[in-house]
Design a protein around this ligand. Sequence first.
Ligand SMILES: Cc1ncc(COP(=O)(O)O)c(C=O)c1O
Length: 358
Amino acid sequence: MRKVEIHPEAVERVKKYTISDSVLGFGKYVAPIMIEAIYDNGQWQRFDLLPYGPIQLDPCTKVLHYGQEIFEGMKAFRQPNDEIKLFRPEMNARRFNQSARRMSMPEVPEELFLNACEVICAYCKNLVPKRLGESLYLRPFMIATEVGLGIKPSKQFLFVIVASPSGAYFSGDSVKVFIERDDIRAAQGGIGFAKTGGNYAASLQSYTKTIQAGCDQTMWLDSSHQYIEEMSGMNFMCIIDGELHTPALTDTILDGITRKSVLELARHEKIKVVEGKIAIDSLLQLIEEGRCTEAFVCGTASVICPISSFLDKDGRTHYMKYGEGKMSMYLREKLISIQGGREQGPEGWLYPVKDIHF
Ligand SMILES: Cc1ncc(COP(=O)(O)O)c(C=O)c1O
């Protein structure tokens, strides 16, 4: 296994750092250390644990112009015995490399990716929050660093991991959804399934509309403007006639690890799972008829969060009786207690971080 070079200044910095006792929120605090690795001459050269700091780039660096960039989002949880465990990091490693292939970027071998995640977690062990549901959020990312304005794949890349002690993504206990009827997020053959910055940049115009309309999350439909795909940073699920429904994966939807985990938990609990097409107009009808009793978003950052209402383009708001969201809250509690080590989850979901004395 390739070793990560540990820089003494990084260790000194992290030793002095303490996390706030107050509400952490999401992505507001950042650990004072980071992993950096350089790709050049067709291979990963070295991995370093460095003090957190700015990345200097030439103004003609390719990522700044053509968006050759990918990222991941994953969490490490403190267990009751103070051990630190990552939640299904192999899935993030695989998805990172899937994104890398689509964006003409080099893969980070799974073993190197996991080792780098483990090292930053081990040095951040005192920064992993203690409260159930809180975590150390890791953000691995890769950018194209070759200099030159020609539109072609870069030959040089930088891989970085930063870490953020985090709590709840949403401040409330439910979300209001804005149905985006005009713009689309992804089209067949495009990059919707890849975790690359462009998908998020393209969602920001609708984010502004969403917030101005008093909502929290944008719901994206497919390119026919009929079928639900996902939200800007999470997947969508709902309960119809007591069954758990979610859009089937296509190349326009991000294959969420929380989505996969929730479906596995539901199947284990003998809840019927349906992965298929969900037309937005049928969903709204089913809500009015009382057959769709719950709807929720799910993702690493948001875990599971019930949807309280859907705002449509015609100005109508369709309210969920989410207070009765028994199934979503049951799945949420289950997932959180598995991640926090309060309950035994399926084999292999928690990846232990080896303790390092420093
Ligand atoms: C567009 C999008 N969909 C879904 C998800 C949920 O994926 P995961 O559960 O792996 O975090 C995310 C977050 O990563 C996302 O950005």
